[in-house]
Design a protein around this ligand. Structure first.
Ligand code: GLP
Length: 242
């Protein structure tokens, strides 16, 4: 595992964007795994800025998979993760919606959503580079503490902590969905390169537990310790507990 303390969020974003671009240059039909949340936003902005300036690689053959999705938001809700990723990154990179995949939260198809998503991942040849954030309780995607380390994509119930953490994206805390579809920890481990970005001192304890604590379902992000190719980019706040 490569742990890189960065002097600033800008430096972190530049390094992460370099990693994405190096992959896409080497493999024009790369499969990107994309996390939502606020941590990767500086990275996505940097990628979009470089692309607009004509400095980035071509994304014409790239496809992407979102990590997770809320269940129960009306179709096209701006806070759905599919809409968020399109708005924050993939639209601006020129990826059409048919090349951006995510777990399908349509109510009548929920029981098979996990299985279908895993199949789509497999058919695409798996994720080359998975961008990840980390929750304050050590969750990865929406794998809350107690999640099986071998889990695959499935429905999960959010903890109150995560609902509170995510309430800032909604008009009222009651609007935050209670259920989600999320890649499992086992799904995440199948990606060929994991790139975790963490920003701010609120993440320091979770980062320290994930990287230096025991491998445990109590800290789902500790599963990173099992992967052969992990890069962790931290700003000074997030690195504060190491
Ligand atoms: C959400 C997402 C995760 C994300 C985490 C941290 O719950 N499902 O993928 O990593 O929260 O979010 P943020 O970066 O906004 O702190």
């Amino acid at each position: 595992m490569e742990v890189v303390p960065c002097p600033s969020v800008d430096a972190l974003a530049a390094l992460a964007a370099d990693a994405v671009e190096a992959l896409v240059r080497a493999r024009p039909d790369a499969v990107l795994g994309l996390a939502t949340g606020s941590s990767p936003l500086p990275v996505y902005r940097e990628l979009v800025a470089r692309h607009r300036a004509g400095a980035g690689p071509s994304y014409d053959a790239v496809s992407a998979f979102t990590l997770d999705e809320y269940v129960g938001l009306p179709l096209g809700h701006p806070e759905s993760y599919r809409a968020t990723i399109a708005r924050e990154l993939t639209d601006d990179l020129g990826l059409p919606p048919e090349r951006v995949h995510g777990p399908d939260p349509a109510p009548d198809a929920l029981p098979t959503a996990g299985e279908r998503y895993e199949r789509a991942l497999q058919q695409a040849g798996g994720v080359d580079l998975q961008v990840l954030g980390i929750g304050t309780d050590g969750h990865l995607a929406f794998n809350e503490p107690g999640s099986s380390l071998a889990s695959l994509t499935r429905i999960k119930t959010l903890t109150e902590q995560t609902r509170q953490d995510n309430a800032r994206f909604f008009e009222s805390p009651d609007e935050v969905p209670r259920h989600v579809l999320t890649q499992g920890l086992g799904t995440i481990l199948r990606a060929r390169h994991l790139l975790l970005v963490a920003v701010g001192s609120a993440k320091a304890a979770a980062v320290a537990a994930a990287l230096e604590g025991p491998l445990s379902a109590s800290c789902p992000a500790s599963v990173l310790q099992l992967h052969p190719h992990v890069t962790v980019l931290l700003d000074p706040g997030a690195a504060g507990g190491l």
